[in-house]
Ligand binder design. Sequence first.
Ligand code: F6R
Length: 365
Amino acid sequence: DKGNFRHFMAKEIHEQPEVIGHTLSRYIDFGTRKASVPGIETAGFDKISRVIISACGTAYYAGLVAKYWFEKYARLPVEIDVASEFRYRETPVSEDEFALFISQSGETADTLASLRYCKQNGARIGAVVNVAESTIARESDVVFQTIAGPEIGVASTKAFTCQLAVLAALAVQAGRIRGVLSEEQESELVGALAEIPGYAVQALKREVEIERLSQSLSKAPNALYLGRGTNFPLALEGALKLKELSYIHAEGYAAGELKHGPIALIDENMPVFVIAPYDGIYSKTVSNMQEVAARGGRIVLLTDARGAAESGNAADDVVIMPDVPEIAAPIVYALPVQLISYHTAVFMGTDVDQPRNLAKSVTVE
Ligand code: F6R
C-alpha cells in the first residue's frame, strides 16, 4: 500500500524519520545516552585487531561510512570491499577479526559468499540485515537487525539510513568498550543520534525546492557528486541512485580527487552536486567548488546555514539543511540525495519503483 504517495519509493523516503527512530531505539538508550547494542559481546571489540566489512551497492556505501566511524570513534582498522571482489581476493582473514556483512535482503549471493569465506577462516561474523529470517542472518554469529520494515521500491532508501543508524551505534559502543571514548563523548554522540529523526523531518521540508532543482537536472545527460569524509560515500550513493532511477549518467568522487582527472568533464552542461555540511574540512570543499565554478559547472550545494554563508558564492543553488552534529550528517543528508534522484526520475518518466534491468534481491552471482 502506497498510502497517499505516488510511488513506494516516495513513501519509503518519508517513512525514514519513523523507522530510523525505531531502529535507534533498539541500539541506543535515549535515557542514559549510552549505546546499548544487543549481542555486542559476540563482536569481541575489546580483543579484535580489525573489522572487515563487505556488502554490495548501497549497503556497501553504508559500510564505507562505517569505516570512517570505526576508525575515528573506536580506533579500529577497517578492511572494506564490495563483496563480488572480496570473495575472490584470497585476502588473509584471521580469528582475531570481526567480519560484518550489510544487506537489506540478507540474500545477496556475493555478500553471502564473502560471509562464508570469513567464517571458514575463523572470524566472528556479524550481520546488519533488514530481513530477520534471511540466509545471511541465519549464518551469522550475531545479527543487528535494521527495523526499516519491508522495502518495496527496488532502490534502497530507508534500509540505507537504518543501516547507518545501526553502524553508528556499533562504532560508538565499540569506542567505549575499547576505552577510546569517554562517558561524556559517548553521551554527546548518542545524544546526536537521538536527534536524527527530528533532523530528518526538517530535511524532508526541502522537498519542494529539490523537486524544482530536479526538473532542470532532468535535462542534463551527466552529473557529478562530490563529498569529503563520511559524505564521500554519500556522493557515491547519490550517483548510484541517479543512474539507477533516472538513467542519467552520474559519478561520485571524493572532492579532493576532482583535480586528478574528472575536472576535465566540467563545462556549462555539467551539474555538480556538492554534499558538504560545515565542518573542519569545509574550506577545502569550497576550493573545489571554486575550481568547478571557474569552468562554468553548475553547482548545487547541500549544506547548512554556516556553510551557505562561507561558500564564497561559488554555488548556483544552495539547499539549506538543518545544522547537525558530524555523526548525524551522512544519515540526514541521505534524504535530499534520495529526493534528487526520485524527482529527477519522476520528471524523466522512468519506472521509479521498478527501474529497468534491476531486481530487488540479487541472488545470482
Ligand atoms: C541500490 C540498491 C542496491 C542494493 C544491493 C545490495 O539502490 O538497492 O545497490 O543495495 O543490491 O542489496 P542487499 O542490501 O539486499 O544486499
